[in-house]
Design a protein around this ligand. Structure first.
Ligand code: BES
Ligand code: MN
Ligand code: ZN
Length: 497
């Protein structure tokens, strides 16, 4: 969809729909006041009748408002003026796009930038509007026999500005928002594609395509033969059970000075997780098409920063493999040697994410990274602990943790820091090897992070367990959420400033 800016008189703008806010206490937003004045008090009359009280997310579409050029006026409730906040604002934007979709409003004038949100400027509001609208417009139709019609019924949204001086800032925020949503959408689609299509080879091909599409990107795909040669026994123990060859995909974005050390993102890319010989129960197993959402978010973030042209060096590494049971698959009790030299007793082949990630975390040492963030749908326990609203964050560095927390709060793609205390480490001790790949029933997300921490000692590192936040396994919103692309994009942008 196309976003633009508009200034002037909101009442005189020809459009299919003008969107204006009304507060719960009867206050009109500035543009609502303009429309009300032009229509000689029509808006206030409607409000008095009580069809809309202004509670957040209420909507009311008015047609043929006198002396207003817009075909329709969509009133949207903003709630109480004093209780407006960032999350509420984004929620209102999502409500609006839902409504515009329902009425297939082709051209639109959105007068929501004038709504005050504490601590947030016009750039933030613009980016959130673009992100929320595009989020609402996304649908996954790649696997339908025929692409559904009229998916492009909304053509344009012009953001109304009371002050011409804001045009530049808003225009540039629109393009940042567009870059971000391109990344989010690509992460969603990669996540939603089923395991028979989105294989490690498919992910590698997408990464190679990214290098063709963006001059700042180069892609290197490391094949199994070399993965084996590098000594990645843990990665190999996962991929060996599958007929699909595993890949380590290295995507490099050169936006900074050539000699600048990069920030590194690492994604779990299990394109399907059956559990292996420690087979998962059949009932929910199909949800494991999303076990590469960490990788998808790394891919999406790389796409977004390349599209934006972020002035920073970033390396995205995707550990892509399929976890299958087979005659050659790992058995519970197997012991493997990781690239770091540490050995692992595989007590459960379903704890495979940490096995592919630990070798990727060792591999990236060579980049001398400024910071490392890994992203993984790592544990069911994470969902039990935090549900779907926050991603679990673990960090060996308070600065990285603070930066991620801030980025999460600002992007509304939030994280919650979990403990990585030494006390938990003994749960993954092994009598036979240097460590076991599971830590028992208690604190499952934490012990998984403890395992990874043993491979991330040489740099400032954080781990995001996105098992609960990256996708919805069922229900009306079934599919990838695109998280945590928004968080990572914000994190990197803040560090680049
Ligand atoms: N991919 C799963 C974790 C998962 C479960 C993600 C549900 C999203 C939704 C992971 O590979 C896994 O199977 N983890 C095991 C670890 C256990 C064996 C220690 C789990 O959480 O049960
Ligand atoms: Mn598993
Ligand atoms: Zn998994």
């Amino acid at each position: 969809m196309k976003y633009g800016t508009r200034t002037g008189n909101a009442a005189k703008t020809r459009t299919q729909c003008a969107i204006v806010g009304v507060y719960e206490d009867g206050q009109l937003s500035p543009s609502a006041r303009v429309l009300d004045k032009a229509s000689k008090g029509y808006l206030r009359k409607v409000l008095k009748r009580g069809d809309i009280s202004g509670k957040a997310n209420q909507t009311l579409a008015l047609h043929d408002v006198p002396n207003v050029a817009a075909t329709r006026v969509l009133l949207v409730g903003l709630g109480k003026e004093e209780s407006m906040d960032a999350a509420k604002y984004a929620g209102i934007a999502r409500t609006v796009i839902g409504k515009l979709k329902a009425i297939s409003s082709r051209t639109n004038l959105c007068c929501l930038l004038e709504v005050d949100v504490p601590d947030k400027g016009i750039e933030w509001k613009t980016q959130r509007i673009v992100e929320s609208f595009e989020g609402g417009l996304y649908s996954f139709t790649e696997m339908k026999g025929k692409p559904p019609e009229n998916s492009d019924s909304i053509e344009s949204v012009d953001l109304f500005l009371g002050d011409k001086a804001d045009i530049e800032a808003v225009t540039s925020s629109i393009s940042v928002g567009n870059a971000l949503t391109a990344g989010i959408n690509s992460a969603k689609t990669l996540g939603n594609l089923p395991g028979n299509i989105c294989t490690p080879t498919y992910l590698a091909d997408q990464a190679k395509q990214l290098a063709k599409d963006y001059a700042s990107i180069t892609t290197k795909v490391i094949e199994e033969k070399e993965i084996e040669k590098l000594g990645m026994g843990a990665f190999m123990s996962v991929t060996r059970g599958s007929d699909q060859p595993g890949k380590l995909i290295v995507i490099t974005h050169k936006g900074g000075k050539p000699k600048d050390a990069p920030h590194v993102l690492v994604g779990k890319g299990i394109t399907f997780d059956t559990g292996g010989i420690s087979l998962k129960p059949g009932a929910g197993m199909h949800e494991m098409i999303w076990d590469m959402c960490g990788a998808a978010s790394v891919f999406g973030t790389m796409l977004a920063i390349a599209e934006q042209g972020l002035a920073m060096n970033v390396v995205g590494v995707i550990a892509a493999a399929e976890n299958m049971p087979s005659g050659d698959a790992s058995r519970p009790g197997d012991i493997v040697k990781t690239m770091s030299g540490q050995t692992v007793e595989i007590l459960n082949t379903d704890a495979e994410g940490r096995l592919v990630l630990c070798d990727a975390l060792t591999y990236i040492d060579q980049f001398n990274p400024k910071t490392v963030i890994d992203v993984a749908t790592l544990t069911g326990a994470c969902i039990v602990a935090l549900g779907s609203h926050a991603s679990a964050m673990y960090a060996n560095d308070d600065g990285v943790a603070a930066d991620l927390t801030k980025a999460g709060d600002n992007s509304l793609d939030r994280v919650w820091r979990m403990p990585l205390w030494e006390d938990y480490q003994s749960q993954i001790n092994s009598a036979f090897a240097d460590m076991a790949n599971i830590g028992g029933r208690e604190a499952g997300s934490i012990t998984a992070a403890c395992f990874l921490a043993r491979f991330a000692k040489k740099y400032r590192w954080a781990h995001l367990d996105v098992a609960g936040s990256a996708f919805k396994g069922s229900g009306p919103a079934k599919g990838s959420t695109g998280r945590p692309v928004s968080l990572l994009f914000e994190y990197l942008n803040n560090l680049a400033d």
